[in-house]
Write a protein that binds this ligand. Structure first.
Ligand code: FMN
Length: 379
C-alpha cells in the first residue's frame, strides 16, 4: 500500500479489483448526478491561505467528537453493502478506523451484522439507523445496537424515498449480484475479490436476513427493503427514537438552515450536513455551500459534522474552516477497502491525516481548534 500516495491512486486500484456493478453502485449519484459533481467541484474551488514563518513544530491533528478523543477530525460514514466491496468489508473497515483512532459507522444495510462486527472488534462503533415502517423491527435494531455497546446512533433523515441511480438499474444491482452473462465475465476477471466474498461471513443483508426467517431469497429481501422505507417519518419520530436510545444521537442528512435549527432543538448531540453523497435529491446544493450557514445558525447548540466529497486532508481542512467539528467520508475509504481490504482503509485514513497535518503546517496552524475562516483565501 506504500505506493498508494493519494486517494486517487486507491480509486484507480479499486476500479481494477472490484466488479463493475459494485464500483458503479459506489460511484453513482442520483439522476443527472449534478449534486454529486457539485459536492466535489465546490470543495475544490475553495482556496487555502498560505502563511509562512510561524513556529509549526508542535502540530497535532487530535480533537474530540461527541466528547470522545479522536486522532483527527474524521469518521467513516455508513456505507451500505461494504461487505460486497470486499469480503467482511465492514469488519475490516471498522478495525482500520479503530486502529487509527477514529469512529466507524455501521450501516443498517450492511452485509456483516451488528453482532458480527461487535464480536470482531475491540472498541465501540457507531450504528446508522434507517427508519422503516415496521416499527417493531426498528425497536429491535435499536436494542441490538445497545446490546452491542454502540457508542452513538446515527439516524439518517434524508432517505424517506429513494433517489434513482440509473446505473444500478442497468446493472441489475442485487445482493449477491444477479447472474447475468456480463456480470459473470466481469467477476471471472476479479478472482481475488470473488475469493474474499466466498470466504466472507455473509452474502446478504446481515442485520435483516436473520430477522425475517422466511426471507432467505435475496430478491424478495431487496424488494421488502425498498417498500419498507417509511415516508411518514417526521420530527416526532426523532423524539420516539430518543426515548428508546439513551446514548448519543446524530442526525445525518441536514441540508437546510431551518432544518438545522429544528435539529438543534431535538436535543440530538450532533447533526451531519449531508446530501447522502449526491445520491438523493439531484439538483440540491453542495454540502460545502450550506455548511457555513448551518454552522452560524446553530452555534454551539449541537455539534456540526460534515460529509460530501471529502477526498483529502485539504478537503477536511476546508470543511473545518467553514464550521464543521469533524468530517465523515464515504467513497474515499471504500476505494481503500476495495483496493486492499483493511490495509487499504488504513492507508486511506493515513493519507488524509498526513495531508491534513502538512496543510496545517503550511497554513500556519498547529491545532484543529485554530482552523477557522482565517485559513481560507477565497471561497
Ligand atoms: C455506496 C454508498 C452507500 C451508502 N450507504 C449509506 C447508508 O447505508 N446509510 C447512510 O446513511 N448513508 C449511506 N451513504 C452516504 C454516506 O454515508 C455519506 O453520506 C456519503 O458517502 C458522503 O459522500 P462521499 O462519498 O463523497 O464522502 C452511502 C454512500 C455511498 C457512496
Amino acid at each position: 500500500m506504500k505506493n498508494m500516495t493519494c486517494i486517487a491512486d486507491l480509486r484507480q486500484l479499486y476500479h481494477r479489483k472490484v466488479p463493475r456493478a459494485f464500483v458503479d453502485y459506489c460511484e453513482s449519484g442520483s439522476y443527472a448526478e449534478q449534486t454529486l459533481a457539485a459536492n466535489r467541484a465546490e470543495l475544490e474551488h475553495i482556496k487555502l491561505r498560505q502563511r509562512v514563518l510561524f513556529d509549526i513544530s508542535g502540530r497535532s491533528t487530535k480533537t474530540t467528537i461527541l466528547g470522545e478523543p479522536i486522532s483527527m477530525p474524521l469518521a467513516l460514514a455508513p456505507v451500505g453493502l461494504s461487505g460486497m466491496q470486499h469480503g467482511d468489508g465492514e469488519i475490516l473497515a471498522c478495525r482500520a478506523a479503530q486502529q487509527a483512532g477514529i469512529p466507524y459507522t455501521l450501516s443498517t444495510m450492511s452485509i456483516c451484522s451488528i453482532e458480527d462486527v461487535a464480536e470482531a472488534v475491540d472498541k465501540p462503533f457507531w450504528f446508522q439507523l434507517y427508519v422503516m415502517k415496521d416499527r417493531g423491527y426498528i425497536r429491535s435494531l435499536i436494542d441490538r445496537a445497545g446490546a452491542a455497546k454502540c457508542s452513538a446512533l446515527v439516524l439518517t433523515v434524508d432517505l424517506q424515498v429513494i433517489g434513482q441511480r440509473h446505473r444500478d438499474i442497468k446493472n441489475g444491482m442485487t445482493v449477491p449480484p444477479e447472474i447475468r452473462l456480463h456480470n459473470l465475465i466481469d467477476i471471472a476477471t476479479k478472482p481475488a475479490w470473488a475469493l474474499g466474498i466466498l470466504r466472507g461471513k455473509r452474502k446478504t443483508f446481515g442485520n435483516i436476513a436473520g430477522h425475517y426467517p422466511g426471507m432467505a431469497n435475496v430478491t424478495v429481501l431487496s424488494k421488502w427493503i425498498a417498500e419498507q422505507f417509511d415516508s411518514t417519518l417526521s420530527w416526532k419520530d426523532v423524539e420516539w427514537i430518543k426515548s428508546l436510545w439513551p446514548g448519543k444521537l446524530i442526525l445525518k442528512g441536514i441540508l437546510d438552515v431551518e432544518d438545522a435549527r429544528i435539529a438543534a432543538k431535538t436535543g440530538a448531540d450532533a447533526l451531519v450536513v449531508s446530501n447522502h453523497g449526491g445520491r438523493q435529491l439531484d439538483g440540491a446544493s453542495s454540502t460545502i455551500s450550506i455548511l457555513p450557514q448551518v454552522a452560524d445558525a446553530v452555534g454551539s447548540d449541537i455539534e456540526v459534522l460534515f460529509d460530501g466529497g471529502i477526498r483529502s486532508g485539504q478537503d477536511i481542512m476546508r470543511a473545518i474552516a467553514l464550521g464543521a467539528r469533524a468530517c465523515l467520508c464515504g467513497r474515499a475509504y471504500i476505494y481503500g477497502l476495495g483496493a486492499g481490504g483493511q490495509a487499504g482503509v488504513a492507508r486511506a485514513i493515513e493519507i488524509m491525516r498526513n495531508e491534513l497535518d502538512i496543510s496545517m503546517g503550511l497554513t500556519g496552524v498547529t491545532s484543529i481548534v485554530d482552523i477557522d475562516r482565517g485559513v481560507i483565501a477565497s471561497l
